[in-house]
Ligand binder design. Structure first.
Ligand SMILES: Cc1cc2nc3c(=O)[nH]c(=O)nc-3n(C[C@H](O)[C@H](O)[C@H](O)COP(=O)(O)OP(=O)(O)OC[C@H]3O[C@@H](n4cnc5c(N)ncnc54)[C@H](O)[C@@H]3O)c2cc1C
Length: 420
């Protein structure tokens, strides 16, 4: 039987960082991964360029982690986004900042980041083992004793760090293996659901595919409760697909659909698109009227096609009960008001989201109340630690999940390595 101070299960960003932090404390460390290479999901993040972290100030950054962001304060005080940047730059990996604080390696290659982590772990003497699927964690009386592999082989350790990720995009190795091990130690797993994933809608205009491929730039997408109150809203870009909505703001809203459905016991959630989020309704009415009045004999559909996507116009005119052929000269008053309101509030129904296979992130996970935020140690089982997406922590895409994975991984490794 092999024996280490610390065993890390999972070679994603959280596990690799945990192994490094534990080894830095002088612990003997083995990292076991079931796949044929380490950092597979990290390698496809950020469109294959690896969105390694985000440069926002911590207080703001936390607001981009709607699932458990505040739990991360302690972890960030030990290892923040600034430390992540310094860590990679210290390894000779120059980073660059893009829009919204997103940080990427200058090489634009995820491989650079993955190789840097592997190289650092190796230089600290971490034993990195691929093709080593862990079957279960061995618990003694109230404490961890080691792990058992699918092969039956046992590894003894006084600390085990679970860094197995969530359930999304399972072909990368994230198949939810860590949850039953946590439950076996007495932990609660909060409901798991796909998040940062496209939204599904059964609206006839979606089913007919008439808008498929149409992108809307700088619009606001809101999810509404049954009383019409906004639950979450994001401004930015989105795209109509053959099944519903995708693009950055649709992904950001997706994680809230399940909650609204559950809370209000409804099968569909109303979404609202504001096509002119930077204009108040009065100002929009004024601008639109001026535009139409300047060409009083021109059909409205031709007046507006420069400022509203042409493919969307027939649907908008139909909803506003305003014939697109109408000119400003013959403008019916009610139709005009309905038209302006529609531009600020185009509603459609969401029936759900795409599944885990297509989700960037998993919502839910190991209950945070049962984890010490200063160490990432289990409050229920001595020597057991959790980090990364296996925890009930999820952020928007933009480097926030990877930042959370590095920060919780470093914290878990640091404390497990100290054998506290
Ligand atoms: C396409 C895509 C793009 C993304 N882009 C972004 C982005 O731009 N910004 C962002 O913040 N986040 C992004 N994410 C999310 C981010 O990649 C994850 O949140 C992050 O990788 C989670 O890290 P982790 O270490 O917790 O788990 P993972 O990276 O999922 O790693 C888990 C590891 O555990 C191993 N494992 C699992 N079970 C076992 C077992 N039984 N035995 C041994 N090993 C096991 C797996 O093989 C895997 O290597 C993206 C995700 C995807 C799918």
């Amino acid at each position: 039987m092999k024996k280490y101070d610390v065993i890390v299960i999972g070679g994603g960003p959280s596990g690799l960082m945990a192994s490094i932090a534990a080894a830095e404390q002088g612990a003997s460390v083995a990292l076991l991964d079931k796949g044929d290479k380490l950092g597979r999901k990290l390698g496809i993040s950020g469109g294959g360029r690896c969105n390694v972290t985000n440069a926002k100030e911590i207080d703001e950054l936390i607001t981009y982690i709607p699932g458990g962001g505040r739990f991360l304060h302690s972890a960030f005080s030990l290892f923040s986004n600034r430390d992540i940047i310094a860590f990679f730059e210290g390894l000779g990996i120059a980073l660059k900042e893009e829009d919204n604080g997103r940080m990427f390696p200058v090489s634009d290659k995820a491989k650079t980041v993955v190789n840097a982590l592997i190289g650092k772990a190796k230089s600290l003497g971490v034993t990195l083992l691929i093709h080593h699927p862990v079957k279960e964690i061995i618990y003694g009386s109230g404490r961890v004793e080691g792990v058992k592999l699918n092969s039956g082989e046992m590894y003894k350790a006084s600390a085990v760090i679970v860094a197995t990720g969530g359930k999304s995009v399972p072909h990368t190795g994230s198949t939810g293996d860590g949850y039953p091990w946590a439950e076996a130690a007495g932990h609660t797993i909060t409901e798991l659901y796909p998040t940062e994933t496209p939204i599904v809608s059964k609206e006839p205009f979606i089913a007919s595919r008439e808008l498929q491929g149409l992108s809307l730039r700088n619009v606001k997408l809101s999810l509404l409760d049954p009383k019409g109150k906004s639950v979450i809203a994001h401004q930015g870009d989105m795209i109509f697909t053959h099944f519903g909505l995708s693009g950055p703001i649709a992904l950001r809203c997706s994680g809230f659909i399940r909650g609204v459905k559950k809370k209000h016991n409804v099968s569909q959630v109303t979404m609202s698109i504001d096509l002119f989020p930077d204009k108040k309704i009065g100002g929009l009415e004024h601008d639109m009227r001026q535009l139409a009045a300047a060409e009083p004999k021109k059909a409205l559909k031709n007046v507006f096609k420069g400022i509203i996507p042409e493919r969307l116009l027939p649907l908008l005119f139909e909803r506003a009960k305003l014939p697109g052929e109408t000119t400003y000269e013959h403008l019916p008053k009610e139709g005009w008001l309905a038209w302006i309101q529609l531009l600020k509030n185009f509603t459609l129904q969401a029936s759900g989201t795409r599944p885990f296979e297509e989700a960037f992130v998993t919502g839910g996970g190991v209950h945070l109340k049962e984890i010490n935020p200063k160490t990432m140690g289990s409050k229920l089982m001595q020597g057991l630690y959790f980090c990364g997406e296996v925890l009930d922590v999820h952020g928007y895409t933009g480097g926030y999940n990877i930042t959370a994975a590095f920060a919780t991984g470093y914290t878990a490794g640091h404390h497990a390595g100290k054998r506290e």
